[in-house]
Design a protein around this ligand. Sequence first.
Ligand SMILES: [Zn+2]
Length: 120
Amino acid sequence: MSESNQKSERKKSAPKIVAEKNEEAMIGGIIEGSPDSIGVAVVRLACGCRKMAAINKEGEAASKVIMYRDSASSICDLCKEDNGAFSRVTEQFIHWDGEPPTEAEQKRIEAKIFGTYGNA
Ligand SMILES: [Zn+2]
């Protein structure tokens, strides 16, 4: 009878953006290549391209910023020109690798990371 309780993963708090399957693959690769990283900053652009970078616990980039476009060999022409301008950003979040830091710490890191992205 208790089996129905198993899937109680409905979260009532603020909706949290989570990585999509194809993003996860990319994120996994980035984390693997960046031993110091505690997560990956993910920026989704309206044109369909993605910007990602590993971050360390200081809230600094722990890898190069990687841009890609799902199921395409390269990013779109717009992004080639402006490097994924901030005006096309639709969503941005940090995918934490493993246990995320405290809420305050998360906020601090997000502000640091996405603050610097603003002037791309
Ligand atoms: Zn693009």
